[in-house]
Ligand binder design. Structure first.
Ligand code: ZN
Ligand code: ZN
Length: 306
């Protein structure tokens, strides 16, 4: 597990920026690497306001193409021409991603100086869509008005730590320690076979973040989502507007809390609040009746997931 695994909220409002809340966007940090989830209007303003280095964003994951999750994207990408980006940028989204960006770039006559890798995902089947040395990302289907996917971010085991006493006990060299930490079995100059399990502390447990927005309550989450460290679930409305929520493909605070309880999440974060609500405290109160460990998504706040 990485040393740092945290989430910064850039936007928590639905539909349009209001009450000082921007539209959906989040930054997931895994040690020095950043990953963006959704890119609603105003995302660039938030990146500057909260001093987030946009060149460190390795990949962007888009849940769906409603404007409040998407309309910050072209500006965000073209801004890289002013930030000297050279690293490739991966963007994942449902079918339509290529058409949308290619159209915008064509009419605006945009030429990028870095590689943009657009991946159109199969949104209605759960699967692994991205993997690097830090984490695995899986998508899964949500139930909204247009094709919409949720994401499961799962950290990968990194190098283990050596048990100091074992260095002398086995007479380990610098190179042998390096190999053991990386998971290899070694044979010392004295002919002793040493495994990672013999010489290193056990690995830290995996850590999982689940993003579910926008959606009606879904009947089944993928197995991988169960026992997650943090579930972000949309709660566009309070429970008295349940009928409206379902009609519009959204959830209430109670729906979100029920989902958290169902998948045994360790913590629940509510977000994607309707502009009709200025005061968000009732969301917290309603959710806690079902799931105690609930917090609210607040623009600019960072929460440790591990
Ligand atoms: Zn939305
Ligand atoms: Zn939507």
């Amino acid at each position: 597990m990485p040393n740092v695994f945290d989430l910064t909220i850039l936007g928590s409002n639905s539909s349009y920026p209001f009450h000082g809340r921007m539209c959906t966007s989040q930054i997931l940090r895994v040690d020095q690497n950043l990953y963006m989830i959704d890119c609603g209007e105003g995302t660039q303003i938030q990146l500057s306001k909260f001093s987030i280095q946009r060149n460190k964003i390795k990949a962007i994951f888009l849940s769906h193409f409603h404007g409040d999750h998407l309309y910050g994207l072209p500006g965000m990408i073209t801004s890289y021409m002013h930030f000297g980006r050279k690293e490739p940028l991966h963007i994942f989204g449902p079918v339509g991603l290529k058409k949308y960006l290619e159209t915008v770039f064509e009419v605006s006559n945009v030429y990028l100086q870095f590689e943009l890798i657009l991946i159109e995902t199969v949104w209605d089947v759960s699967g692994l869509i991205f993997e690097d040395q830090h984490l695995q990302v899986f998508n899964f289907p949500l139930d909204h008005r247009i094709p919409t996917q949720g994401f499961i971010f799962k950290t990968k085991e990194t190098n283990r730590n050596i048990i100091p006493e074992k260095i002398q006990e086995f007479g380990l060299t610098h190179q042998e320690i390096k190999e053991l930490k990386a998971g290899s079995t070694i044979v010392t100059s004295n002919g002793i076979t040493v495994t990672t399990e013999n010489a290193c502390f056990p690995p830290k447990p995996d850590c999982t973040y689940v993003f579910a927005s926008d959606t009606k309550p879904i009947s089944k989450f993928p197995e991988l989502a169960y026992d997650c460290n943090l579930l972000y679930h949309e709660a566009t409305y309070l429970a008295d507007l349940e009928t409206l929520a379902i009609e519009r493909g959204h959830s209430t605070s109670t729906h979100a809390a029920t989902a958290a309880k169902e998948i045994r999440a360790k913590k629940l974060m509510l977000g994607h609040f309707s502009s009709r609500y200025d005061n968000l405290n009732p969301f917290l109160a309603e959710s806690k009746l079902v799931f105690e460990n609930t917090i609210l998504a607040i623009d600019g706040e960072t929460h440790a997931i591990n």
